[in-house]
Write a protein that binds this ligand. Structure first.
Ligand SMILES: NC(=O)c1ccc[n+]([C@@H]2O[C@H](COP(=O)([O-])OP(=O)(O)OC[C@H]3O[C@@H](n4cnc5c(N)ncnc54)[C@H](O)[C@@H]3O)[C@@H](O)[C@H]2O)c1
Length: 390
């Protein structure tokens, strides 16, 4: 594998692939020769490159992982496909739906293995719930609701490239984390979001942007300031923010089910608080990312239940994604590794590449995620009207 972009999430791609045990971690490309070399050394890759083109040109690199900021997703992925490389793209697949559509077509032409890391799908209890819902264990889904809330942009001194439309795209909270919620809602229910109504807010319209560059989720300075932004001593520019950091959305699904979710990056105390509940015609089921080893089942005629992750208690769809006995917690990085296992098994088997299991999001799924976010922004722009997902 070769990794382009080794900031916050890139190293987790390497960790996950390294755990498979049969993949050579060949190279890392950074934004400069110096950072490529330094990051390759730190992450135990054999080579460091100062440009993604050099990494893609390396004949030893068969699989390119794209973990760059959003504005580079299209060009890096497209260049890799042109060279016939397999691509694992972090989400969003591209910055706009039209770029994503091009990548869907380019990937088809390239005939390689491609995937987008909507990684919450890789959790064993998510796979268990998906199968249980498909078997009718909650009846027919009728109401899907939840939220994805974080607090890392709470202060006006918090800043990230995600807030700059030229680098992050037209959306911040919806594109970054709302896309995960929508993907998971559709994956769990097997339904498609067809219409949306969005109320979108920029709650901090001016922020202090540090003049130096900082990676997402960088640890706070020794003074305790900052996290992803300016420290007390940083030189800053005050910049206008146009993208949303908060949104509430009503959704309709193709079977007539209704839904609603909120996203926010300015909600104190919420770290990575993704919650999704599906109320069916007979029972309900809820999964919480921050308590991901538990699945709540709600009933009317009998007591509610909590299923703890345990390979001996979960169904045959969840079991391959669980690697530890009951009571041993599995988490974010394990779910990420599960996706890599599915993707690299297919690559290792060679052509003709078999269809990846449903736990792995495809480029089509990535394209759909862009279209949902764009429809929500359109809806909000029109003052909050029901808008078809194209
Ligand atoms: N799946 C998930 O749960 C998840 C989590 C976090 C981030 N992401 C996605 O991953 C991507 C990266 O996010 P992040 O939080 O790691 O950001 P980040 O800012 O921490 O890291 C981005 C890295 O890319 C590097 N980079 C910039 N330009 C480059 C270039 N031309 N060539 C090579 N490297 C370059 C930067 O120096 C930095 O190291 C985003 O698209 C984001 O949406 C996904």
């Amino acid at each position: 594998m070769g990794l382009v972009g080794a900031g916050f999430v890139g190293p987790h791609h390497i960790d996950a692939v390294r755990r498979l045990g049969f993949v050579d971690i060949v190279a890392v490309a950074g934004s400069s020769e110096a950072s490529g070399t330094q990051k390759a050394h730190a992450l135990g890759a054999r080579k460091g490159y100062g440009s993604y083109q050099a990494l893609i040109d390396d004949p030893d690199v068969h699989v390119v992982h794209n973990a760059t900021p959003n504005h580079l997703h299209y060009e890096v992925t497209s260049a890799a496909l042109r060279k016939g490389k397999h691509v694992v793209s972090d989400k969003p697949l591209a910055m706009t739906a039209s770029e994503s559509k091009k990548l869907v077509d380019e990937a088809k032409r390239a005939g390689v293995v491609t995937a987008v890391t909507f990684n919450y799908r890789g959790n064993p209890l998510v796979q268990h719930a998906r199968q249980a819902i498909a078997r009718g264990e909650i009846g027919t889904p009728r109401f899907v609701h939840g939220h994805y809330l974080q607090d890392w942009l709470l202060h006006e001194t918090d800043y990230s490239w995600r807030l700059d439309p030229a680098k992050g795209g037209a959306s911040s909270a919806l594109g970054d984390i709302g896309s995960h919620w929508c993907d998971l809602a559709q994956h769990l229910t097997g339904l498609t979001i067809t219409q949306v109504l969005g109320d979108v807010t920029t709650s901090i319209p001016k922020r202090k942007k540090p003049r130096g560059s900082r990676e997402a989720f960088a640890p706070p300075s020794p003074e305790g300031f900052g996290g992803p932004g300016a420290t007390a001593t940083d030189a800053v520019d005050v910049v206008d923010i146009t993208v949303e950091d908060l949104a509430s959305v009503l959704v309709r699904f193709d079977n007539g089910a209704k839904g609603m979710f909120s996203v926010g990056q300015v909600c104190a105390g919420h770290k990575n608080d993704l919650v999704l509940e599906i109320c069916g015609t007979t029972s309900s089921v809820r999964w919480r990312q921050e308590h991901q080893n538990e699945l709540w089942w709600g009933h009317r005629e009998r007591a509610n239940e909590v299923l703890q992750k345990d390979p001996s208690l979960i169904n045959e769809h969840g079991r391959p994604y669980a690697h530890l006995p009951g009571g041993h917690q599995e988490a974010w990085a394990d779910a990420f590794c599960n996706l890599m296992r599915d993707i690299y098994r297919s690559i290792a088997d060679g052509p003709p590449y078999r269809t990846l299991p449903p736990a792995v999001a495809t480029f089509e799924d990535g394209y759909r995620a862009n279209r949902i976010v764009e429809a929500i922004l359109d809806s909000a722009r029109q003052g909050g009207v029901w808008t078809q997902v194209s």
